[in-house]
Design a protein around this ligand. Sequence first.
Ligand code: ARG
Length: 459
Amino acid sequence: MAKMWAGLNAGVTDQIADDFNSSIGFDSRMYKQDITGSIAHAEMLSACGIISQPEKAQLVEGLLSILEDLESGALPIDPGSEDIHMFVEQELTKRIGDTGKKLHTARSRNDQVALDLRLYLRDEAVELKALLKELIAALHDQAAAHKSSIMPGYTHLQRAQPISFGHHLLAYCMMLLRDAGRIDDALRRMDVSPIGCCALAGTTYETDRVMEAKALGFSAIALNSLDGVSDRDYCLELMSVLSILMMHLSRLSEELILWCSWEFKFITLSDSYTTGSSIMPQKKNPDMAELIRGKTGRVYGDLMGLLTTLKGLPLAYNKDMQEDKECVFDAMDTVKACLKVAAPMIRTMTVHEDNMLAAAQKGFINATDLADYLVKKGLPFRSAYKIAGQIVAKCMADGQVLETLPLESYQAFSPLFEADLYSCIDLRACVEKRVSQGGTSLRSVEMQLSWVEEQLENF
Ligand code: ARG
């Protein structure tokens, strides 16, 4: 069939070129946004006297009937169409005749595709945020349930200082809440309508771009038509946010994977979110967490792909830009899928408090508190640090831990040691003493929990 743009061009392309050129395979998911945009465009054209009222009514009715039939499945998408915009327009003309051909007055596919993508991503971001909220709530609830469970906190993956498991999980709530804020920021900058920029230079018709933008829920219009049609910052920005979010999910996944290994045994993931090995009967593999970690690379790749596609493009629209959609759709689909599985996986995990505590007891993680004890007795911190280090070395040589080393042995290192030192190096006391704002003491953890609750209420 000859193309809608047949004219100077014969409008007949080779099948291979057609398939190569077509984007309907991936942009048909924007059908709703395409139709919504077209309805607003028809309303604006008629309000500005560019088409008549009856013509507008015909266009809107035709567009709504297409939407209804697409939703019900009565109208299948034609895979032979060039893209969703052509498909809808072609179908409209089929249904209402020549009036259908008036819809494309004072617009171009260049501003239409820019509009549809913004509308689509705006809708997707709502879903994304709802899923993110679920995950933050799951982490919050586990943190609340384990606000007093002691575990070793690590630096360099070496046991460092005792913390509560609640405190550890709350760190992820903070990261993910920042991600939610970044989604909002990206949405704010995306809130600009490109429709009416037309192909690149604006139009000779007296259109009302502000009216059309308002009808579509935008608070502003692109003020430069070249920029309006060639801007894909909103895709890049959203994918940057998605990449940071995936980085957070990946770090969480890595910890889950470590924690459910035999070496740690801090948690057990529910059977619903683990798999068995086809050969080793003892295995319970954290596949979901590993896949989240793995898919992080893929989302970064989507971002890098589009950045690279755009970097050498002259203004304004170039067909290269059709490559924007698969990247941004894949990134969004992937992150949503990860969030969908992460939230219930966190909710259903079993926490082995005894193992966490036992791990905390073996690693001299109260050595800082031992040094602090001497500081409180008047020694400068550096000197106290040295003595504590020597005591740890002695314990290691003797197969002791700080809690069991006799007082006389302590006193051989410093006469400042007295019997009250044992209560100072007790793990629970070590956690409770970290009362600084944002620290791991129960009071601080409870404050963090309520702050997260507040954020979730205003999400
Ligand atoms: N399918 C195209 C895309 O996704 C629509 C824009 C076409 N514009 C053009 N000048 N050929 O980018």
